[in-house]
Design a protein around this ligand. Sequence first.
Ligand code: SF4
Length: 76
Amino acid sequence: MMVARDHLVRHPDRCTHNALCIPVCPTGAWLSTPPFKFDSSRCLEGCRLCLDACPSQAIYAVFRKGEKVLVPQGKK
Ligand code: SF4
């Protein structure tokens, strides 16, 4: 069964609200006002510009294997 990226999450405790992730996104997937919600329908498959731009590593990907959501360890 294939593992696929399901959605991105911005960790509220790690986010410093400097919003560096917003201008790097080519599709405007992150809304620019708090609480900075994420529109997964706009996110490009395979792009990780916002993950790389975040200095506090507040953004992480949640993957799905079939019906099972795979949350990275320590990210719950
Ligand atoms: S992974 Fe790329 S397309 Fe998706 S939200 Fe981040 S910057 Fe935007």
